[in-house]
Design a protein around this ligand. Structure first.
Ligand SMILES: [Zn+2]
Length: 460
């Protein structure tokens, strides 16, 4: 049995990029050889990759469950974020190996995006550059931290080499594409909604959200079925409100269709109870129908009555808001995850969310007490460690704009809640991660650029 070095994945590091780093650290030249060596390393030689998937092997190398690895290091939570296909299945679950085998790892042949400034910063802080999931989110064509157009490469398996190794062959997204997109409110909603799907351990079920889309769409005067004579097409409206080049990078069919032409993949989302299209179409529709990403997220959470997955036999829902103490206590137990507080208190998420925000308790991304970087580590450093704003911004890994937005949601009760969340025992596990900062921007991020984007990029 050969022994491999098992590097810890960087925050938000893409799975395939992680595989590339394992190859370099251990001196393997092809992913196939590296994956076989990983199987041997764990004493699992001879099993097929359908039986023991690359995803499982990478999760083991990272010391994580297949679910956690999928939720933090793959684009799966976004790619199957809204679906009618086994929506109750947790992302990364071993229950459906075929899903892991076919789609957990980022498929080859996708463009891979990076920011040159982030690459420099990563080499400085982590000693290596790596592929950040948040920069791979469709529509995220600029770096939110540095506000410059991203670079990309389109080789067969681009994530295997590090971004630093790819700089010479990379092309940059044209500034003219970025300019109109970066200030567009609809684009901002789209990207925020995409990021919110990374907070979810399982998909949103199309059958459950379809009535919400239909009712909201109908109330706003959009056609809710193909044969309806009345109403406007939501695809026409999209074409009018999104910058065309940006829209082409995420869903080029909308740009190419003519005015008044019914586009099933997009217009069908307002009434079909089976996935009409890709997640992208649903995110576009949600960005148009709701005035902010928060409103959309609240509305979606309301559909679920506060649970992460639909419960078949829910008790009648209480509507009364509990006392402040109970809310703060629930918030501390749930580690700041609003949906979890709602579940604990058996209240709808929108009720709990509203009350918590009024108390200055924002919804926190997933974290552990050992985390030394990330938004929650930054809040703890600020409120409990009394560190300076500037050093907390650095710890957060967020862009100044996003960090400010987070800070503005925080009130004095947060210090109390953060303190209650901290374990009082001495044996707090030390972070295994390299000290440094989180990815440049969102708490969550990933890729899913379409082949069309690749074509478009290559033509320009
Ligand atoms: Zn950057």
């Amino acid at each position: 049995m050969n022994m491999l070095v098992q590097p810890a994945p960087f925050p938000e590091e893409m799975d395939r990029g992680y595989l590339g780093r394992i190859m370099r650290v251990n001196g393997y030249r092809t992913p196939k050889d590296a994956v076989e060596a990983m199987a041997a390393h764990f004493g699992e030689e001879g099993r097929s990759r359908r039986d023991l998937t690359t995803h499982e092997l990478l999760s083991r190398m990272a010391g994580m469950t297949t679910e956690h690895f999928a939720q933090r290091h793959t684009t799966l939570p976004l790619r199957r974020g809204i679906t009618s296909y086994v929506p109750s299945l947790i992302h990364g679950s071993k229950e459906r190996k075929s899903l892991l085998h076919n789609s957990a790892s980022l498929r080859k042949g996708q463009p891979a995006f990076f920011c040159k400034e982030c690459v420099k910063a990563d080499v400085h802080f982590h000693g290596a550059s790596y592929w950040r999931r948040d920069l791979q989110t469709p529509g995220q064509i600029w770096c939110p931290k540095h506000e410059t157009p991203l670079y990309f490469i389109t080789s067969d398996d681009p994530f295997l080499a590090s971004p630093a190794m790819s700089i010479d062959e990379a092309a940059q997204i044209p500034q003219e594409w970025v300019k109109p997109a970066i200030k567009n409110a609809y684009v901002a909603r789209f990207i925020e909604l995409a990021a919110s799907l990374y907070d979810r351990p399982s998909p949103l079920d199309v059958a459950l959200i379809a009535p919400l889309l239909r009712d909201t769409g109908s109330a706003q005067g959009f056609k809710v079925n193909a044969s309806s004579k009345q109403g406007a097409l939501i695809s026409d409206h999209m074409k009018a409100v999104f910058p065309p080049q940006w829209l082409s990078t995420v869903f080029h069919e909308v740009v190419e269709k003519s005015q008044g032409e019914y586009l099933h993949q997009v217009d069908g989302t307002l009434y079909l109870r089976k996935s009409a299209s890709s997640v992208i179409a649903y995110l576009l529709v949600l960005s148009v129908l709701f005035e902010s990403a928060d409103t959309a997220i609240n509305a979606l959470a309301g559909v679920y009555g506060g649970g992460v997955v639909p419960a078949p036999h829910r008790k009648p829902i209480k509507r009364s808001v509990p006392a402040i103490d109970e809310l703060v206590e629930g918030y501390a137990i749930a580690k700041g995850v609003h949906a979890e507080v709602a579940r604990l208190l058996d209240l709808p998420v929108y009720v709990v969310r509203k009350s918590l925000l009024e108390l200055g308790l924002p919804s926190l991304p997933e974290w552990t007490p050992a985390s030394e970087v990330g938004p929650v580590a930054a809040l703890r450093a600020f409120y409990l460690g009394k560190r300076s704003y500037a050093s907390c911004l650095e710890i957060s890994g967020l862009s100044p704009g996003r960090f400010d937005a987070l800070m503005r949601q925080c009130g004095p009760a947060l210090a109390l809640a953060l303190d209650r969340m901290s374990p009082k025992t001495k044996d707090r596990p030390r972070a295994r991660r390299v000290k440094g900062r989180l990815p440049s921007n969102q708490e969550q991020g990933a890729v899913l650029a379409t082949p069309q984007l690749r074509e478009m990029l290559l033509q320009n």
